[in-house]
Design a protein around this ligand. Structure first.
Ligand code: CA
Ligand code: CA
Ligand code: CA
Ligand code: CA
Length: 634
């Protein structure tokens, strides 16, 4: 039976035991590469269901990340993604159901959405370890980027801290994944230069781009095609934080990221000369202007928060005849000084026709600086200038015409949250995060914590270079990013020994490109994701390691769900479900989930949780639990 029917039969809400009536009990996951059609461990939720921080609030285990395993990559409707994939059990548990290899286009990672969702990254290529914060030379990020082989590369980090660019670090070779979520400790950042993306099929996650010195923090050009930024931040530029000027990139996604504090006096979010581009669940804060300057064939702007601008979202601002288009949906504009407009500078062209074509829905301006989030204008009321108002959203196809057999959707449409829920997801999850549930420091570093705190308290705080240094964060205003020792990775294949031993890989042999079989995993099994991608995805959702429970020995992992849902109002009610490899319950405090592994189980485990506050905003997330012989990771 499906997990849902199993749960409803048992009538359990706060305690879910897959070892009881719904599964055959514990067993070690089959060795990857075995081709086993079903997980003998009886994993009870869809292999595609783990999407973590990018998941929609619609249903646990049924978020956008489930799309590749069940719907061919289109944004799926709510529960369909997870439940359609869970076949009826035989009475001995719910098997993992996997699509056939090669039958579905692969997302960059579960939770990737928008025009850049299918970026290939370094899948199938080699692995490079960043071992130094130096700006060049063996072991540096720059060296790894510059020497990416033709088959592609995944870059992992053995060190945290600020690396110095000293000029421009240019990405010219395609098929690259930069996996910032691997950085041990506080996280990885670049400073003192421009990171220039001039290659396609690139995935970049959990990296800070904090120029602090020269011109733009990030630039992109027309050689950048099919690429995605996830949980990054771009800050402290002297020109734009993130720009493409003159030569437009194509098929970009910018998601769960922060664009903030372009330094005064120029202080710009970005010039966005773009082809098809998606920005969703991002925060643009404390920029004087260009939030962004939108000049795109189509900008799909969904569930974003713009905060504390002087000049807001610029609609092209040109009288040279051209056609720019944007959907602006489910987004909040919270001013830091009193405002009556948030979108502006749309011009008629020299023939008297509008250059900018705008569709808006479910957007609000809070322009009254009363310190409380409220609504002073909605949708087109906050847009000024000469633009064409559209009656319907532009379709996300190559030519922006109606979707049909010969006119398919490009990328993955964003699963749109209601505006208030999106605002809370932004507060909870934007920027590079520390997702180890046992990490002893806050979820965000000092800089990202400050910008999110400013949004919550609606504090106007524009900075110039001197003020940056005086913001009280130390390290010239950049804050400190400390490293911890990297976990031992004997064969240097990007997956540490503790992980490989627990999931049945070989810690002495490079097997990072082995295909995840049809098992419960953090990426959908069997369809072509690699073992390395599975490990990287586990790192990109709330995760932890717990020791095997042998006999009477009691082990457990506590997860503070409130840590990952700080945007919800106090008093949010949490539920847990879909435990794999153990049981999960909620402590008396109401926000701590306790996972107890099944006796003798080793391998990939996890559960889902969801929090709902008094506004009926719901944030759902998946937690990855690795059950290993010991909890040690070194
Ligand atoms: Ca620039
Ligand atoms: Ca207000
Ligand atoms: Ca390894
Ligand atoms: Ca290995």
């Amino acid at each position: 039976m499906s997990l849902k029917s199993c749960l409803s039969r048992l009538g359990l809400l706060l305690l879910v035991s897959r070892a009881a009536a719904c599964s055959p009990g514990s067993a070690q996951a089959p060795a990857p590469g075995s081709g086993a059609p079903n997980d003998s461990g009886g994993a009870s939720h869809s292999a595609g269901g783990v999407a973590g921080l990018s998941s929609s609030g619609a249903a646990i285990g049924a978020s956008a990340g489930g799309a590749p395993a069940s719907s061919g990559g289109k944004a799926s409707g709510g529960a369909a993604a997870g439940e359609a994939n869970a076949t009826a059990g035989s009475g001995s548990g719910d098997p993992v159901t996997c699509a056939a290899p090669g039958s579905k286009p692969l997302l960059a990672f579960p939770g990737a959405e928008g025009f850049g969702a299918f970026a290939k990254g370094g899948r199938g290529g080699d692995v490079y370890h960043v071992t130094t914060l130096a700006g060049s030379g063996a072991g540096s990020l720059a060296y790894g980027i510059e020497n990416t082989p033709a088959a592609g590369r995944t870059i992992v980090f053995d060190v945290s801290g600020y690396a110095t660019i000293n000029g421009t670090l240019r990405v010219t070779k395609p098929l690259l994944t930069i996996a910032g979520q691997t950085a041990p400790g506080d996280g990885f950042a670049l400073k003192d230069g421009t990171f220039w993306l001039s290659a396609g099929e690139v995935i970049i996650r959990h990296i800070r781009f904090r120029d602090g010195y020269s011109a733009d923090s990030v630039d992109m050009d027309s050689k950048a095609v099919n690429f995605i930024w996830d949980h990054c931040d771009m800050m402290f530029s002297h020109d734009e934080n993130m720009s493409s000027f003159g030569t437009p990139p194509e098929n970009m996604t910018y998601q769960y990221s922060i664009n903030a504090w372009g330094l005064e006096t120029h202080s710009c979010g970005g010039l966005w000369d773009q082809g098809k581009v998606t920005a969703h669940h991002t925060l643009w804060a404390h920029n004087h202007t260009r939030n962004p300057k939108a000049r795109a064939a189509l900008l799909d702007w969904v569930n974003n928060v713009t905060f504390d601008w002087d000049i807001g979202f610029i609609m092209g601002d040109s009288s040279t005849p051209i056609r720019w288009q944007a959907n602006v949906r489910g987004s909040s504009f919270v001013s830091g000084t009193a405002k009556t407009n948030a979108l502006e500078s749309a011009n008629l062209d020299s023939n008297g026709k509008p250059n900018f074509h705008l569709f808006m829905e479910d957007c609000a301006l809070d322009g009254n600086i009363n310190g409380v989030l409220d609504v002073t204008k909605t949708d087109y009321e906050m847009a000024s200038g000469d633009y064409e108002k559209m009656n319907a959203a532009f379709p996300l196809t190559a030519n922006f015409q109606e979707v049909g057999p010969s006119n398919p959707v490009v990328g993955v449409p964003v699963t749109q949250d209601d505006r208030l829920t999106a605002y809370k997801k932004v507060i909870s999850s934007v920027g590079p995060l520390r997702l180890d549930v046992q990490y002893p420091k806050p979820l965000r570093d000092e800089v990202d914590a400050l910008v999110v705190s400013d949004l919550v308290t609606q504090k106007h705080r524009h900075l110039n270079y001197q003020q940056l240094e005086a913001n009280g964060l130390g390290n010239g205003g950049l804050g400190t990013l400390s490293s911890t020792p990297a976990p031992t990775d004997t064969d240097k294949d990007g997956m540490p020994d503790y992980w490989e031993k627990a999931v049945g890989l070989n810690p002495a042999v490079d097997d990072h490109n082995s295909i995840v079989p049809c098992v419960f995993a953090y990426v959908p099994g069997s369809v072509g994701y690699t073992s390395l991608e599975d490990y990287l995805q586990w790192l990109a959702i709330p995760h932890g390691v717990v020791a095997k429970r042998a006999g009477a020995a009691d082990t457990s992992l506590d997860v503070d769900m409130a840590r990952f849902t700080s945007g919800l109002k106090p008093g949010a009610v949490y539920t847990v479900s879909s435990a794999v490899g153990g049981t999960v319950s909620i402590a008396a405090d109401g926000h701590t989930a306790r996972f107890v592994p099944d006796v003798n189980f080793i391998g990939r485990a996890g559960f889902n949780f969801s929090g709902t506050d008094s506004d009926k905003s719901t944030i759902a997330m998946d937690v990855g639990v690795l059950v290993a012989e010991t909890a040690a990771t070194n």
